[in-house]
Design a protein around this ligand. Structure first.
Ligand code: URA
Length: 441
């Protein structure tokens, strides 16, 4: 008979779990025969003792198999099924552009995205700012849009890796989220269930990143690349910069607006552009749509310049229930916040550092993120036109514009932003946008 406590004991004592141990334990999580206390004990044992690569692959696969697995082979798609996943950040609107750009280059992107988590924004929330957009189509509808448009960005349904959902909820309240092995299994279980041929992971590093240090970001990226490949999906990772908001904006409809303007070529934040291009290029290379990064970048630039990526985004929005004229009339479809006013620098100086997590929390407190899972978002609120690290500003110049629903929330965001943006007497040295690329050896 399967005894969960014996598996917990093994991991507690530093032994490796077999494939069967892991499969039985995860099956028990899914059917409810393993208790929350037992999940908590096992994840704490993993937190302290880690997992060997092989165990980690078995864990990711067992959690993948706890629910529905998407299949694409019967559709005979004329290109690879590829996706990107980010550990999350502030102003990280990359997915909205990346999906259509990669689709325009021949990839098929079934992107299952999440809601905002903590200080980080969620792709699902940004798209939900589009009136009529249905992020929960039926599986058949999802497949149809991916096939016909090349990309569909939707939300996670409860039948996808349900074991992870339960494990994550327990980890969240038992101080066991911060285990590289468990984070890897958790992220990959959902991506593997999407039936991908290739995956590129964007692991952020910096003051707005999920991982606390550069070393931990690298450790996570290396682990995901090894486990992803071990589980049969061509996986690589980029470590990218998150010591300031990536886009010019942070907030749901405001970021969606920036993504549309980027795709149409109205304006492109250079930092956002570089990170987006680097991730897209990696997807084309790993997905075998380009022989190297230079060829990939050429294709992607053509997809932008020809208007094809913008057209694909518009078709995806319409196919999922949004307005047919969204690309032309996005401003009239997404209401602005009643208050849009700058927060002003109290002294002159160089922008020396940013508490990017604090900036994300300011968006959250404005109503752009949730305090409780059941909270309704105010899609209108957020921040725009940030100063950048290293920029010299005068006293009284804008640090950013706050988009607020009322005066109280404006004042709160103003206080948070002033605390989060440090002004210094000298410019800090410039940071790279992509720190490292990690591929399977
Ligand atoms: N995101 C996930 O999906 N899982 C984790 O464990 C951490 C971040």
């Amino acid at each position: 008979m399967f005894l969960p406590q014996e598996i917990i004991r093994k991991k507690r004592d530093g032994q490796a779990l077999s494939q069967q141990d892991i499969q039985q334990f995860v099956a028990g999580i899914t059917d409810g025969s393993v208790a929350d206390s037992q999940i908590s004990a096992l994840t704490m044992a993993v937190y302290f003792n880690g997992m060997a690569l092989e165990e980690n692959v078995h864990m990711a696969l067992a959690m993948r198999d706890s629910g529905r697995r998407m299949q694409w082979s019967d559709l005979n798609l004329p290109g690879p099924v590829v996706d990107k996943h980010s550990t999350g950040g502030v102003g990280d609107v990359v997915s909205l552009m990346l999906g259509p750009m990669v689709a325009a280059c021949g990839g098929f992107v079934p992107m299952i995205s999440g809601r905002g988590l903590g200080h980080t924004g969620g792709t699902l929330d940004k798209l939900s700012a589009i009136p009529g957009y249905n992020p929960f189509p039926s599986p058949d509808e999802f497949r149809r849009v991916v096939k016909e448009v090349g990309v569909a960005i939707i939300g996670q349904t409860s039948d996808l890796a349900p074991a992870d959902r339960r494990v994550y909820a327990v980890r969240d309240v038992t101080a066991t989220v911060e285990s590289v092995a468990m984070i890897t299994a958790s992220i990959l279980s959902k991506k593997l269930a999407a039936g991908l041929d290739a995956l590129v992971m964007d692991v952020k590093a910096g003051t707005g990143a999920f991982m606390p240090t550069m070393e931990k970001s690298v450790e996570l990226a290396e682990r995901i690349v090894k486990v992803g490949n071990g589980a049969g999906v061509a996986t690589s990772a980029l470590i990218t910069e998150m010591s300031q908001p990536l886009a010019w904006t942070a907030g749901n409809s405001i970021e969606t607006r920036e993504a549309v303007r980027y795709l149409k070529g109205d304006e492109r934040n250079p930092r956002l552009h570089e990170v987006t291009m680097a991730l897209c290029a990696e997807m084309l290379v790993v997905g075998k749509l380009a022989k190297d990064e230079a060829e990939a970048r050429d294709k992607l630039q053509t997809a932008l310049d020809s208007g094809r990526a913008a057209e694909i985004f518009g078709r995806m929005v319409a196919a999922l229930g949004g307005p047919a004229d969204f690309m032309e009339n996005y401003d009239s479809h997404m209401a602005p916040a009643p208050i849009v006013r700058p927060v002003l620098a109290e002294r002159a100086g160089f922008v020396g550092g940013m508490d990017t997590r604090g900036i994300g929390m300011a968006v959250c407190a404005l109503g752009g993120g949730r305090r409780l899972p059941s909270d309704e978002l105010d899609f209108r609120v957020g921040l725009s036109r940030f100063v950048e690290l290293g920029q010299r500003i005068d006293a009284g110049a804008p640090l950013a514009f706050i988009h607020a629903a009322d005066e109280n929330s404006f004042a709160d965001a103003e206080r948070r932003l002033k605390a989060a943006i440090q002004l210094a007497d000298a410019a800090p040295s410039a940071l790279p946008l992509v720190y490292q690329k990690i591929r399977q050896q």
